[in-house]
Design a binder for this molecule. Structure first.
Ligand SMILES: Nc1ncnc2c1ncn2[C@@H]1O[C@H](COP(=O)(O)OP(=O)(O)O)[C@@H](O)[C@H]1O
Ligand SMILES: [Mg+2]
Length: 253
């Protein structure tokens, strides 16, 4: 089977103030269609850089990105990307924010709004469609930003720490919501977090990056049944798998 997404030996350095900073080194990975893969790694290990390379916002020094068995040269627009500090435009209502990806591919404003409204109804957010982002809680804002990413209608979604700034309860709720969305829309998900528990709870596989220059030090096949349930984090095998990830991250438990 051809992998949905394949990274071949990606490396990237940055030149800043005359210094060469090697951010990523030799990243190779295959992700299957419909898989949920999460990337964890210390701060500065190149996680966001990797997503920028995949999405085509940055060019690698070396290596290639393949999608559906095709080498991606001009690849901007081929991935649904929610960057780490994704912002809703404050001057657009939630509906108009969610409609942006459709407008960007040339759907007219009215039709784009209609489709966005359907999505909001589908996700039980219709009462917020007319609100402006400043009126929403952090959890609602992240839901709207995620819906916007889903509406790009790309098979592969890149989500960079979408729940990083949320309180624990909201985070838990959005994790379950994301799992439902992932299954309903049969997306391939590549997700970043620095939270080991979140990585295990969500994923089929967890990829651990080393400190800079980031390279893959561990790939864990998560051994938990689906659908995932909050109680699973109390299982002994959950703790064992968390210990494997913490060890790979260089954190002793
Ligand atoms: N555009 C850039 N210019 C210069 N240095 C960068 C740039 N983007 C990232 N870096 C550097 O690359 C390293 C990896 O950054 P990043 O990918 O944001 O890490 P992470 O997301 O894992 O925290 C850091 O040292 C960061 O300062
Ligand atoms: Mg980052």
């Amino acid at each position: 089977m051809i992998p949905k997404l394949e990274l071949r030996n990606l490396s990237k350095s940055f030149q800043t103030n005359g210094r060469n900073i090697e951010a990523l080194s030799g990243i190779s990975l295959q992700v299957d269609a419909g898989e949920f893969v999460t990337l964890v790694g210390p701060s500065g290990s190149g996680k966001s850089t990797l997503f920028n390379l995949i999405a085509g916002l940055l060019e690698p020094d070396k290596g290639e990105v393949w999608l559906d068995g095709q080498l991606q040269r001009e690849r901007t627009g081929n991935f649904g990307y929610m960057p780490q500090r994704d912002l809703l435009f404050p001057w657009r209502s939630v509906t108009d924010n969610v409609a942006i990806p459709l407008e960007l591919v040339g759907v007219n404003r009215g039709a784009a709004r209609e489709r966005a409204q359907e999505m909001l109804v589908h996700f039980g957010l219709e009462e917020f469609g007319g609100s402006y982002p400043s009126a929403l809680s952090g959890g609602m804002r992240q839901r709207a930003a995620l819906l916007r990413t889903i509406l790009t209608e790309q098979d592969v979604l890149l989500l960079d720490e979408p729940f990083g700034a949320l309180d624990a309860l909201t985070r838990r709720e959005l994790q379950d919501w994301l799992l439902e969305v992932w299954q309903e829309y049969s997306k391939t998900l590549f997700f970043i977090t620095h939270d080991v528990e979140e990585a295990l709870y969500l994923s089929d596989r967890v990829v651990v990056l080393s400190a800079r220059p980031g390279h893959i030090v561990e790939i864990l096949n998560v051994n938990l049944p689906r659908p995932r349930r909050p109680g699973m984090i109390a299982r002994p095998d959950f703790g064992q798998q968390a210990a494997v990830l913490l060890k790979a991250l260089g954190i002793r438990d």
